[in-house]
Design a protein around this ligand. Sequence first.
Ligand code: NAD
Length: 486
Amino acid sequence: GPAPESREIALDWIASHKGRFGLFVDGGWTPPASGQWFTSTNPATSEALAEIAAADASDVDAAVAAARKAQGDWATLGGHGRARHLYSLARAIQRNARLLAVLESLDNGKPVRETRDIDIPLVARHFYHHAGWAQLQGSELAGYSPMGVIGQIIPWNFPLLMLAWKIAPAIAAGNTVVLKPAEFTSLTALCFAEICKDAGLPDGVVNIVTGDGATGELIVGHKDVDKIAFTGSTEVGRRIRAATAGSGKHLTLELGGKSPFIVFDDADMDSAVEGVVDAIWFNQGQVCCAGSRLLVQEGISDRIIAKLKARMETLRLGDPLDKCIDMGAIVAPVQLQTIQTLVEKGQAEGAELWQPGWAVPKEGCFYPPTLFTNVAPAATIAQEEIFGPVVVVMTFRTPDEAIKIANNTRYGLAASIWSENINLALDVAPKLDCGVVWINSTNQFDAACGFGGNRESGFSREGGLEGMMEVLKPRFENTLPAYQTT
Ligand code: NAD
């Protein structure tokens, strides 16, 4: 196959910052007030990539103050003015696509084929799309004003894409932001900061503060932040909801999932098997809407499982920069440990584990694609989000039973239905308690389409009109027609 993508482009960029990244506040780089730094590592090789600033309370104060200072001018710049900035950010992302794709792959461990073909194009698409929304300020969005300063906290599974989902709508609407990337994957957010600067975005509109959960808590608790937008685990989401209760802060939560992938006996089986590969092994299963529960109609379950095992044998796992591989590394040793612990629990509770015969690289954070059969509905692995390349199989007899099993978790993010009978699929879809349903497909995202969950998967939508409504507030006094005021 082709040679692995060269890592030089990303290592050169890191070297241009002397391997050390301060905080991006008010359009410039500042060292952390505490003098504390942490290391970002490549999970495929365990090599250190860069030193990242750990922001403390005074750093967060400075970032929020910069965002507050910039917000008025940014809002009064108007929709067309902001749209020009979003378009130029989108174009700058495309110009830097190769650097961003390699950097994301090195920092996160995900295959460069995915960052190149999925993450980065979707990031650019998000900015292009939201440039359009900015222009609707005087028309469709008349009567709405920005919320002000938004604190944004994101996870490590799609570092730059989650940044785009947060920043593009927020700044399109006239807000300014303080964003904290996850501690394992800060580098593309910092590269994006540099792109903002080079593209001429006004200082203070986008501020990037790095650090772990403690820095996140400081943003959540800051008095001068108008809204918190969080994507991450349900556990942390619950804490943030409690911490913001009664504060008057707006809040959006995009949390975990345990999404069902339902295959009826009339489905096109080969397509469904490819769908499973995408649903649970894309990004090593570290996907909030991963189809981690495979529900198969009884009559076809042996055949589907046999086909799936054969397909698993052909999956290639290895160097994320190798464009021929299907699966890369798990983000960090601690996440690998979580996966191992849950898999052991699955076996201890009586489920049957199956993994392909090929060997997994010994160095680096790798975990093979894993299939569990004979899974009890109440088993831990059937209920808890594993956030790794592990799928559990359960069978059902009737559509009603499929719906019952599908809804039998505390989550409600996404679902995928596979059937050649479109009436059946359209009958089942609205009965699934979740935010997104795909029919004969999976993992379809678009900037124009609101994405988000129900129940313990959160209560917000990102993308499209629904996403814009999360970063705007109604301004009723300006919406009254003239005749009502006389
Ligand atoms: P996490 O909750 O551990 O961390 C997410 C972010 O929150 C990180 O930046 C972290 O530093 C920060 N954080 C941690 N503790 C905090 C605290 N007390 N206060 C404020 N911030 C804090 O989640 P993760 O492991 O990074 O990401 C995986 C999770 O994210 C999974 O559960 C996944 O399903 C979810 N996720 C959801 C969506 C969605 O759109 N619904 C998308 C991607 C990921």
